[in-house]
Design a protein around this ligand. Structure first.
Ligand code: CA
Length: 296
């Protein structure tokens, strides 16, 4: 039986090099996302349709809301606070184990307790060079996982007891038991894998029914999965091959925003998919859950 399939619409034709990191900011009621290679942090207001952007001096892999105001970003070299009024960036943490000459920060999210989790990848996409770090406000950064290819797709279960994680180069979505008090991860196992021929898993988000939405890099789609049974439930088609991240937003958290990239595509591919790098949108009929906020 064919899976329920919807088509995403192009919302903003940004032609981003590497659109990423979509996250609905519950403090501002706006969508934040980044262009990693374009070195920009974006904020989209669906009410006015206005787009506001801040330039960053380094590649920026992650943006999350900050409880005390403004945003927190993961730059190539570490985690920084972004003052959204002045545009000023102030480093909060640079993990000792992280070498910006070898790796850069990529996808990240906050857990329900307000710690920021962000991982790294090799600048030359070498396997096993990346790591996952946890940044708790007021504490030293903690290296949580090593031997990572491309760190992506961080999501906590609705009840906060499980953590879903994607190393894109493995094509798998893994799951850990999550101890919310200590922030420790245990018992890594595979939840499911993206089938061959559908690209590699990139960013992900969770809906209120506990189902996982996974973006397919080189796969032209976002897919909805039951992560417990490992079954694909629905597909959202995107008019861009490199689908990178997604987040539910809007006042009712029922709009699925989807980022994409045009980096690395040949001229013929770009001619076939001219909307690549755009921000897409669809309404799949289910709501998301509120994003975590950096507690510092
Ligand atoms: Ca990503």
């Amino acid at each position: 039986m064919a899976l329920p399939t919807t088509q995403a619409e192009l919302l903003l034709d940004l032609k981003a090099a590497l659109g990423e990191g979509a996250l609905w900011n519950p403090l501002t009621a706006r969508l934040n996302f980044v262009d990693i290679a374009g070195k920009k942090v974006h904020e989209y207001d669906p009410g006015t349709r206005a787009l506001r952007s801040w330039a960053t001096p380094e590649k920026v892999g992650t943006v999350v809301p900050r409880r005390s105001g403004g945003l927190v970003v993961a730059l190539a070299g570490g985690v920084a606070a972004l003052n959204t009024a002045s545009g000023q960036l102030t480093f909060l943490a640079k993990p000792a184990e992280h070498d910006p000459a070898q790796c850069r920060f990529n996808d990240g999210k906050c857990d329900p307790q307000g710690r920021l989790w962000a991982g790294t990848m090799s600048i030359t996409e070498k396997k096993g060079q990346g790591a996952l770090y946890c940044f708790a406000p007021g504490a030293s950064p903690r290296q949580v996982l090593t031997d990572i290819g491309i760190s992506n797709g961080l999501v906590w279960s609705v009840d906060g007891t499980r953590f879903y994680y994607i190393d894109s180069l493995t094509a798998r979505i893994d799951v850990f038991d999550f101890d919310s008090a200590s922030g420790n991860l245990r018992n890594r196992r595979t939840a499911f894998a993206v089938p061959e021929g559908q690209g590699l898993p990139d960013g992900s988000t969770l809906d209120a029914e506990g189902m996982l939405w996974v973006c397919h890099w080189d796969g032209w789609q976002v897919s909805r999965w039951d992560p417990v049974r490992g079954v694909c439930l629905a597909v959202v088609k995107v008019d861009a091959p490199q689908v990178t991240s997604c987040a539910f937003g809007g006042p009712d958290l029922k709009t699925l925003y989807i980022t994409s990239a045009r980096e690395g595509m040949a001229a013929e591919q770009l001619a076939q998919a001219p909307a690549s790098g755009g921000l897409f949108v669809c309404h799949p009929g289910v709501a998301g859950i509120p994003a975590g906020i950096y507690a510092g």
